[in-house]
Ligand binder design. Structure first.
Ligand code: FMN
Length: 157
C-alpha cells in the first residue's frame, strides 16, 4: 500500500534544508518565481545542480520557454519572501528589491547566494519535473541562511 501523502510530507520534513527562490522568465522577459527546497548540487565536472519543480506551478512553462533559471538562496531575514513566493495568485515581485541579470533572470537583493543555470536536462519525477541546470555563473556572500525543518522556518544559533 502506498504511503499516505501527508505522512510522507511529515517524514521528509525531518530532512533540514535551506530555502531558495527559483526565478525564471517567460518569452517576453517577464520574471516569475517560486519558493523551493528540493534543490541540490549534482556534479562539479560538469557543474550541475538540480531543482524539482511541481508541474502545476504557474511559471512551469517558463522553464521550457527560457531554458534558464536562477537560484536565490534566502537569508534568515527573508522568511516573508519565502512565504510570498510560495503563495499562488499574487504579484510576487511587487515592492521587492531585485535586479535583472545579463541573462534576464531576477536576482533578489539580500540572498546569500545567486546561481544562474541553463537547463540541460529535464527528467520526469511523478508530479514534479527534475530540472538539471548547468551553472553559468554563481556568487555567494553571507553566512546566515534561512532554514526549513519539519514544516517550520529556523535560523542558525
Ligand atoms: C519551504 C517550501 C519549499 C517548497 N519547495 C518546493 C519545491 O522544491 N518545488 C516546488 O515545485 N514547489 C515547492 N514549494 C511550493 C511552491 O513554492 C508553491 O507551490 C508556489 O505557490 C508555486 O508558485 P506558483 O504561484 O507559481 O504556482 C515549496 C514551498 C515552501 C513553503
Amino acid at each position: 500500500m502506498a504511503i499516505d501523502q501527508q505522512e510522507l510530507r511529515r517524514i521528509m520534513g525531518h530532512f533540514a534544508t535551506g530555502v531558495a527562490v527559483i526565478t525564471t522568465k517567460d518569452k517576453d522577459g517577464t520574471s516569475f518565481g517560486l519558493t523551493a527546497n528540493a534543490f541540490t548540487s549534482l556534479s562539479l565536472d560538469p557543474p550541475l545542480v538540480l531543482v524539482c519543480i511541481d508541474k502545476t506551478v504557474q511559471c512551469y512553462p517558463c522553464f521550457e520557454e527560457s531554458k534558464l533559471f536562477a537560484v536565490n538562496i534566502l537569508n534568515e531575514e527573508q522568511e516573508e519572501i519565502s512565504r510570498r513566493f510560495a503563495t499562488k495568485g499574487i504579484e510576487k515581485f511587487a515592492g521587492l528589491k531585485w535586479r535583472t541579470s545579463e541573462r534576464g533572470l531576477a536576482l533578489l537583493e539580500g540572498a546569500v547566494a545567486h546561481i544562474e543555470c541553463k537547463i540541460v536536462q529535464a527528467h520526469e519525477g511523478g508530479d514534479h519535473t527534475i530540472m538539471v541546470g548547468e551553472v553559468l555563473s554563481a556568487w555567494a556572500d553571507g553566512d546566515r541562511p534561512l532554514l526549513f525543518f519539519k514544516g517550520k522556518y529556523h535560523r542558525l544559533p
